[in-house]
Write a protein that binds this ligand. Structure first.
Ligand SMILES: C[S@@+](CC[C@H](N)C(=O)[O-])C[C@H]1O[C@@H](n2cnc3c(N)ncnc32)[C@H](O)[C@@H]1O
Length: 261
């Protein structure tokens, strides 16, 4: 059993239950104040991740090792962001993996950017375009906190003016008028590259798929990810009463060698 020990400066996910969890940086003497009592975070130094820590009121907490989605879900949000259920399918359908070059339009808060940066590192790179400086600053802060800034070039510009990379393996579009970004992003992609677009409404999807087909893309597919949780208990397991409502429709397409440049 490989047990990595918690060191000064590490983050731990302080877990109480499914709804209550905190991402905390571990330093000597650090304490977390909660409604269930005070948790001695500093006391986890030198202990293995996963260690149980009881609060001053006797509640049971665990200092878990955070994974990338824990950081992404705690990121500062100033725009609509892409949610885990959609992130997963974007990863599968674009095939973005270590070493890939990705170009993205609509950095927003940088949640998807951070997810992609984590997939392409250590040798790949994400070029992300954001027209509004205030959102670019939020995304920059988030990426720095995640330790992912080295894998991302943030460009503060309207992507309709053109995109720099010429050899990207995947293109991501998360803006209100995605059909207007197909031509600019196409020029940044190698033939065979996959485009993924995130669109909250169906009329955006309709305009986008028409434009993708006109530009010579194939394998055009639009879908929505619907996730239903289970409340699992011996003898009483059933679907959860509540579900995440609508987030966005996802559209994927592949650039052909005959696609217009
Ligand atoms: C929905 S947000 C993106 C959220 C992001 N995917 C995330 O997970 O945090 C869309 C962003 O696209 C930006 N945007 C819209 N049109 C743009 C364009 N033509 N060029 C660059 N950025 C654009 C908006 O300013 C906005 O911040």
């Amino acid at each position: 059993l490989v047990r990595r020990l918690i060191e000064e400066g590490d983050h731990v996910l302080v877990y109480l239950d499914r709804r209550r969890r905190w991402l905390v940086r571990v330093t000597k003497g650090a304490k977390l104040h909660t409604h269930e009592g005070v948790v001695d975070i500093g006391g986890t130094l030198g202990q293995p991740f996963g260690i149980r820590v009881d609060s001053t009121l006797g509640a049971t907490f665990y200092a878990l090792k955070p994974i990338s989605i824990d950081f992404l879900m705690k990121a500062e949000r100033r725009t609509q962001v892409v949610y885990p259920k959609d992130l997963g399918l974007i990863a599968v359908k674009t095939g973005v993996s270590p070493g890939a070059t990705v170009v993205e339009v609509g950095t927003g808060s940088g949640v998807l950017t951070g997810f992609l940066a984590n997939l392409v590192r250590p040798d790949g790179h994400v070029y992300s375009y954001e027209a509004r400086p205030e959102f670019l600053a939020v995304a920059r802060r988030n990426l720095e906190k995640l330790g992912l800034a080295d894998y991302v070039t943030l460009v503060g510009r309207d992507a309709k003016e053109g995109l720099e990379p010429r050899d990207a393996d995947a293109g991501i579009i998360d803006v209100g008028d995605p059909w207007l970004l197909v031509k600019p992003i196409s020029a940044a992609l190698v033939a065979g590259a996959v485009v993924a677009a995130i669109s909250p409404t169906m009329n955006q999807v309709e305009k986008l798929v028409v434009e993708l087909s006109e530009e010579g893309y194939v394998d055009v597919e639009s879908l929505e990810v619907i996730v239903r949780g289970l409340e699992a208990r011996p003898g009483m397991t059933r679907p959860a009463m509540r579900m995440i409502g609508h987030t966005a429709y996802l559209t994927f397409a592949r650039k052909t060698a005959s696609a217009k440049e």
